[in-house]
Write a protein that binds this ligand. Structure first.
Ligand code: ADP
Ligand code: MG
Length: 977
């Protein structure tokens, strides 16, 4: 296989064109279908507005996904598996069907696009291949946005750089390579990448229209028998929308973004134009990362298919045309493709031998040519038959030069013949120098790239930090604003409180001033009052003096009256005498004369009567009360008497008993006496008998009798003694008993006596109390009476005074009249004067009294005001204190709020750090072991070929160490890179 494909082939880039159907919005907008397809069977041209475009294939809107795949992409699968590089990319404006074509609906057999179909096909091919082939499939997935490469399988890699490998093939350095062993794993990776893409952006549609997504499948295979290794890279690219900026209506950053995207797309266009132009030696691959990645696919070592997607709507005509132009240009680009083969030592040896042979051959030829040249130079004519056949030999060295892919790559896409020419004109030293220089320059370029990458990463980090800082600043600003607002509010409140305090203070001051004024007023009034009262006193004194004068006058008048009455009486008497002498009407006169006096007396008598009446009623009530209390005490007395009589009865009983006992004692005494008497008698008899015995002792006969008698007597005596003794004992007992009884009784008697005494004393006490109480009662009655009396007296007195005043007035009138009648006019004028003076005085007094009243009223009012103010003062103070406290509380609240904000910020920071850490950990955990795991695919096996299953155990066992080897190699390569 390698032998046949050793020679690189020149392939044009394949360009297919796909038109999608009119979509709903286009139909609604009334857009027309402006594309015309040829009616014949050939499907490779279209025409728009009369202009015809030719492509390798044109798909009509109704072309199925399967058809597109089969006719545009399927061949690539076998190429990749044969060790070729491949690229498929979709170009076109947004919503022209690029994603639909490349991805479609993964998992839907009808709607799935090129990528899933290719993946499935690759695995199916592998399963159908020879068993001694081992496959290693890795996939990478990244997007290019604003000329930055973001790894979609590892979100932490946001700005990857493009490097060149040892064969000068650009590749994305550090991109995650996931080993896969089944289509499902590939789809999983795609899903993961897509979800990561979704996480990073807010509007997916917009984002996907501005970014290029690149899916890379790397297939390595090894023939286990001859160790031949082949590798093929397949880039599947969904480009950003190719539309012009104006159409999207982008502004600001979005405009920048669009420019940047268009920059990479225009770089792509420039590269294609440069390639299409054939004469240009410089291809601006390095203008953008996209073109660098696609360097091999455009004019390099890759079989490339471009799917240009277009809208058939009239609305999009301009875009469609520019897309078609792009396709047309791309169509002219030629790629130089060859198999990527890793040669074994034997192969190298073989090639070396071949080269040696070739060199020998060439040397021989050179010699021949030299000799021919020498002959020519010598002026010899060499015959055509003798001449060396240059045409025949020339093709061979070219082939040999192009045989190694590395050489071709070194030279780039520049045609081989000029290179040869340059090589032949240059000395080998110069060439080496140039080579070295170029090497150095490339190295520098890479270094710069690396630097740029680092810088951009730093920039990214800084940007992130800046964003964070911005956020923080915004948060703090918000906090600050909130705090400011709070502070303002508090200040406002404070201000208000201050105002209030001021007001309160003002009010207090006012009050104090008022109070001072009032107190001054009061003082003034007091002074006034004092002066007035002094005046009053003076007036009073003058009044007193005048009243005493009046009294004197009255006395005088009474005296005069008396005299007058006397005179009258005398006159009357004289008249009476005259009457008697004449026999007239004396008594009548008397009656009329005494009428006023009688009235007076009568009133006095009435007064007395009324006084007595009240006295009597009072006395009666007192009496009733006293009777009640007497009854009570009587009752008590009777009770006590009853008790006393009972006690007396008891005493008499006891006395009677005592008497009876004394009698019985006496009886016992008598008995005792009688018995003693009988004893005495018996003793006497005994003595007599003894005497008789003595007498009779003479006669013995008598002796006997005497003895007998004596015995009898003695017997009798003994008996008597016994009885006596017994009796005595009984009597003594009885006496003792009685004695004790007597003692008892005496005791009880004593007790009773004591009790009686007690009772007596109690009785006495009660009596004393009663008497005391009655005395008190009497006193009270007396005082009450007196009071009543006094009251009545007062009333009476008032009445009488009034009456007397009246009578006095009358009398005075009478007197005046009398005086007028009798005495000279001088007296009357005096009287009048006095009257006038008293009236004026009265008026003045009443005026003063009025004044005094008013003053007292004012004084009272002031006192009340003062009290009110005093009451209000603590309230105001309280308010003041409350406001102070409020201010303090607000200040503390402010402080707290500030602290809280600080704390919140810290917490937030901590939280953010924690989350970041967690995300990082998670990411680490998720793709910890993956990059190192190689998942070799063995041809001829179904899914999971590396896992031991039944009969294929040996192969699997062999494959494992291989895969480990591969891992090591991969690691080594990674380290080198
Ligand atoms: P792009 O990726 O170019 O922005 P999409 O692939 O997202 O555009 O396509 C836009 C819409 O048009 C999608 O809803 C898609 O399903 C639909 N569409 C695109 N091409 C076709 C087609 N050939 N047939 C049917 N529908 C299509
Ligand atoms: Mg898209």
């Amino acid at each position: 296989m390698s032998g046949e494909r050793e020679i690189p082939a020149e392939d044009s880039i394949k360009v297919v064109c796909r038109f999608r159907p009119l979509n709903d919005s286009e139909e609604k907008a009334g857009s027309k279908f402006i594309v015309k397809f040829p009616s014949g069977p050939e499907e490779n041209c279209i025409s728009i507005a009369g202009k015809v475009y030719l492509f390798d294939k044109v798909f009509k809107p109704n072309a199925t996904q399967e058809k597109v795949y089969n006719e545009a992409a399927k061949s690539i699968v076998s190429d990749v598996l044969a060790g070729y590089n491949g690229t498929i990319f979709a170009y076109g404006q947004t919503s022209s069907g690029k994603t639909h074509t490349m991805e479609g609906v993964i998992g839907d057999p009808a709607k799935q696009g090129i990528i899933p179909r290719i993946v499935n096909d690759i695995f199916n091919h592998i399963y159908a291949m020879e068993e001694n082939l081992e496959f290693h499939i890795k996939v990478s997935y990244f997007e290019i946005y604003m000329d930055k490469i973001r790894d979609l399988l590892d979100v932490s890699k946001v700005n990857l750089s493009v490097h060149e490998d040892k064969n000068r093939v650009p590749y994305v350095k550090g991109a995650t390579e996931r080993f896969v062993s089944s289509p499902e794993e590939v789809f999983e990776a795609i899903e993961e990448g897509k979800s990561n893409r979704h996480i990073a952006v807010t509007n997916m549609n917009e984002h996907s229209s501005r970014s290029h997504s690149v899916f890379l499948i790397n297939v390595k295979q090894e023939n286990l028998e001859n160790q031949k290794k082949l590798s093929g890279k397949l880039y599947l690219v969904d480009l950003a929308g190719s539309e012009k900026v104006s159409k999207t209506g982008a502004e600001g950053t979005v405009l920048d973004e669009a420019k940047n995207i268009n920059k990479s797309l225009s770089a792509l266009g420039n590269v294609i134009s440069a390639l299409a132009d054939g004469n240009k030696t410089h291809i601006p691959y390095r203008d953008s990362k996209l073109t660098r990645i696609l360097q091999e696919s455009l004019g390099g070592n890759a079989r490339t298919t471009i799917v240009i997607c277009c809208s058939p709507a009239s609305f999009n005509e301009a875009e469609t045309k520019s897309t078609l132009e792009f396709g047309k240009r791309a169509k002219t680009v030629k790629n130089v493709v060859c198999v990527n083969e890793e040669l074994t030592a034997e192969e190298w040896k073989r090639r070396y031998e071949k080269e040696k042979e070739k060199v020998a051959r060439l040397k021989g030829k050179l010699e021949k040519l030299e000799t021919e040249l020498a002959r020519w130079r010598a002026g010899e004519q060499v015959k055509i038959e003798e001449q060396v056949n240059l045409n025949e030999e020339a093709s061979t060295p070219v082939n040999t030069l192009e045989e190694s892919t590395t050489t071709i790559k070194d030279l780039g896409p520049v045609p081989a013949t000029p290179a040869l020419m340059i090589a032949s004109t240059m000395s080998s030293e110069e060439r080496q120098k140039l080579e070295q220089e170029r090497e150095k320059l490339y190295q520098q370029l890479d270094e710069k790239d690396e630097e740029i990458n680092q810088h951009s990463q730093i920039i990214e980090k800084l940007k992130e930090q800046m964003l964070e800082q911005d956020e923080l600043i915004a948060a703090t600003r918000k906090d600050y604003e909130a705090l400011q607002a709070e502070m303002n509010r508090i200040q406002q409140e404070n201000e208000n409180a201050k105002e209030e305090v001021k007001e309160v203070l003002q009010a207090l001051e006012e009050l104090a001033v008022n109070y001072d004024q009032k107190s001054q007023e009061v003082d003034a009034k007091n002074k006034e009052m004092e002066s007035l009262s002094e005046e009053l006193m003076q007036k009073q004194a003058s009044l007193n003096s005048t009243s005493s004068e009046l009294q004197q006058l009255k006395d005088m008048s009474t005296h005069q009256k008396k005299r007058i009455t006397e005179m009258l009486a005398n006159l009357l008497k004289e008249l009476g005498e005259i009457g008697t002498t004449i026999g007239g009407e004396g008594p009548e006169l008397k009656v009329s004369n005494d009428a006023s006096k009688l009235e007076e007396e009568f009133t006095v008598a009435r007064l007395y009567i009324s006084r007595m009446k009240t006295e009597v009623t009072n006395l009666i009530t007192r009496l009733h009360e006293i009777e009640g209390s007497q009854q009570d005490s009587n009752r008590k007395v009777t009770e006590y008497e009853k008790e006393l009589s009972e006690c007396r009865l008891l005493i008499s009983q006891h006395e009677a008993r005592m008497k009876s006992l004394q009698e019985s004692m006496r009886e016992a005494e008598n008995k005792k006496r009688s018995l003693e008497e009988s004893i005495d008698a018996l003793r006497e008899e005994c003595a007599k008998l003894k005497a008789a015995e003595q007498v009779q002792s003479v006669s013995e006969s008598e002796k006997k009798e005497a003895a007998q008698l004596r015995a009898a007597l003695e017997q009798q005596m003994d008996q008597l003694r016994d009885a006596h003794q017994k009796q005595v004992a009984a009597l003594r007992d009885e006496i003792a008993e009685k004695q004790s009884l007597i003692n008892d009784i005496k005791d009880s008697n004593q007790k009773l006596l004591l009790a009686q005494q007690q009772l007596q004393s109690d009785y006495d006490k009660l009596k004393a109390e009663e008497s005391e109480k009655s005395n008190k009662l009497q006193e009270l009655i007396a005082t009450n009476e007196r009071r009543e009396q006094a009251r009545k007296d007062l009333k009476g007195l008032e009445d009488t005074v009034a009456k007397e005043l009246q009578t006095l007035h009358n009398l005075r009138k009478l007197f005046v009249q009398d005086l007028q009648a009798r005495i000279k006019k001088a007296m009357t004028s005096d009287d009048n004067e006095e009257d006038g003076g008293s009236l004026a005085q009265k008026q003045k007094i009443s005026f003063l009294e009025n004044n005094l009243d008013q003053l007292t009223k004012v004084h009272k009012q002031l006192v009340r005001d003062n009290a009110d103010l005093r009451c209000e003062l603590p309230k105001l103070e309280k308010r003041l204190r409350a406001t102070m406290e409020r201010v303090k509380a607000l200040e503390s609240a402010l402080k707290e709020a500030k602290e809280g904000a600080m704390r919140d910020r810290k917490r937030y920071q901590y939280e953010v750090d924690r989350i970041k850490e967690a995300v990082r950990q998670k990411n680490l955990a998720r793709r910890g072991p993956i990059p190192q795991i190689a998942k070799p695919i063995r041809a001829g096996q179904q899914h999971h070929p590396s896992i031991t299953t039944g009969g294929r155990a040996i192969n699997a066992a062999q494959s494992i160490p291989k895969s480990l080897d591969d891992q090591k190699r991969a690691l080594v390569v990674g380290a080198k890179e």
